[in-house]
Structures are given as C-alpha cells and as structure tokens.
Design a protein. Sequence first.
Length: 125
Amino acid sequence: MEPLKIKPTPTSLEIILDAEAGKLSFSGRSIPEHGMDFFQPVIDWLNAYAQSSDTKETECAFKFEYFNSASRKCLIEIFKILLAIHRKGCPVKIVWEYEEDDAGMKEMGEEYEALFNLKFRFVPY
C-alpha cells in the first residue's frame, strides 16, 4: 500500500500515512473551508488500511495547533476507523501532543480517548 503524504498549508494539516511502518501522523492547523473534501482521501486510505490483511501495530500521532468543527467531525470518522483496527486485534497506539499551556487541546484528546475507549499517551511540548 502506497504511503499518503499531504503537505501542510496555512489552513490544512501535514498528514503522513505509512502502512508499511504502521505510522500515521497528523500535525499542524486544520481549518479547511471544506473539511470533508480535504479529509476524504485520508478516510479512504485509512479504510483500505483497516481492511488490509497486512495491518499490524499502528501508531497514530496527533499534534494540532488548532482545528475547527468541520475537522472535528472528520476526526470522529478517523477514530472510528482506528477503533475498527483495534477491534480486529491489531494494537493501536495514540499519541496526542499538545502545547503545554493549551488545556483545551488536551481536553479534546481526553474526550476522544473516552468516546472511543482507546488508550492515549498525552505528550506536552
């Protein structure tokens, strides 16, 4: 499966999805005007990854500066896929990085952790 790499812009994330390494990375600011249009290729790639027989341990790192409500809805779809991967017996590790003084961003990660019952590692920077 080919990696998916999306370069960051002032309104969108840098995304690197690498099936072979089992590493997924989302970082930056996510305020795209049309959230689902931006995230659809990511969701499609993740669905294919989840259905692959080669899926193994997956580490997913999130390092957001900020994300809007449209991005939040898309993140829910991403976490649903990660949960499906976990439920099929493939370990999923979530790393949620946040600015040390950004309690709101940490709380968002805690909400996702509780909502999807996936174990997060919280890392302030």
